[in-house]
Design a binder for this molecule. Structure first.
Ligand code: GDP
Ligand code: ZN
Length: 299
């Protein structure tokens, strides 16, 4: 039987199998056999030991598509980056850092601006303009009023999505709206685990509601604290431009080949910023991050 590890604690792995629920599994001998330790998000082959107590053994870890270190999760399909349109006002620099990080890891991003019920029309259209022009899908939701929740649900179907964003923007409220009866099942298991002495929070996949006939794959969300502030640090400043998708049409058209679009003359990207084809907010964040990477290298 095939399933996905949704939680791992103290040598036990909780494997969700679409249609039959969650199994508590051990992974004896896996490390010796495959040389890898099971990770939340791993797709695994299990052998059921007892259907009544829902216990089993992990027999094999299927090939990983990718792996995030913090949170430690495998097989991420996409990221839902959540910010509020207002209250708190979006911290564009932080948002752009999330986007750079996901670009670097080649994880597709969907942007969700929540609290659209209390936002001004102007703020909404500004954000829409800035980020849609970079090529990101953008949704405006209201967890309070239930606006656009169905649309967001649809893009999560059959995928494993990492949820990222600062606190206070409505992530928990959104998750509550997206969760389901299947989750209740995993919920009871969570309660069982929580009675133990483990207080550190591990990454965990939440199982989302499945509507009939939509998919044979489960839909999962990763919600992890410690994913709310980020430093750009594990690449060279010359790489940064490749993580701003809207710069791409201008690559190779600056006067200097290898132009970093910062202080070089006759730069096509700077020209595009002046002409309003690239947003100044984005460009300024690019320069700020570039300088940070530059500073770091000096030490
Ligand atoms: P989290 O820290 O990102 O998980 O945010 P929460 O879900 O805890 O929400 C933070 C606060 O914003 C709470 O007081 C929510 O009631 C409120 N909130 C969440 N979503 C919305 C929304 O769509 N509209 C409005 N007006 N308030 C919201
Ligand atoms: Zn340039």
């Amino acid at each position: 039987m095939q399933g996905k590890i949704v939680k791992g604690i103290a040598g036990f792995y909780y494997v969700h199998v679409v249609e039959s629920g969650v199994y508590e599994c051990k992974a004896k001998g896996i490390f010796r056999k495959d040389g890898v330790k099971p990770l939340v998000g791993d797709n695994v082959e299990i052998e059921v030991l007892d259907e009544d107590t829902k216990t089993g053994n992990i027999r094999e870890i299927l090939t990983r598509k990718n792996e995030l270190i913090r949170p430690a999760v495998a097989n991420i399909d996409q990221a839902l980056v959540v910010f509020a349109v207002t209250k708190p006002k979006p911290h564009f620099n932080l948002l752009d850092r999330f986007l750079v990080m996901m670009e670097q890891k080649k994880i597709p991003v969907i942007l969700c601006f929540n609290k659209s019920d209390i936002a001004k029309e102007d703020d909404i259209s500004k954000m829409e303009e800035v980020y849609r022009s970079c090529g990101y899908p953008v949704f405006f939701t209201s967890a309070k009023e239930g606006w656009n929740i169905g649309e967001v649900k649809k893009i999560l179907y059959g995928k494993t999505t990492v949820l990222a964003g600062p606190s206070g923007v409505g992530k928990s409220s959104l998750i509550n709206l997206l969760q389901s009866e299947v989750t209740m099942e995993t919920g009871s298991i969570s309660r069982k685990i929580d009675r133990g002495k483990h207080t550190t929070r591990h990454s965990e996949l939440l199982v989302l509601e499945e509507e009939e006939d939509i998919t044979d794959y489960g839909s999962y969300i990763v919600d992890t604290p410690g994913f709310s502030s980020l430093y750009v640090n594990d690449f060279e400043k010359e790489q940064l431009k490749y993580y701003f998708p809207e710069f791409e049409p201008y690559e190779g058209t600056c006067r200097f080949s290898g132009c970093d679009h910062v202080h070089e003359p006759d730069c096509a990207v700077k020209q595009a910023v002046e002409e309003g084809k690239i947003h100044k907010i984005r460009y300024d964040d690019y320069v700020a991050m570039y300088r940070e990477l530059q500073e770091k290298r000096r030490y």
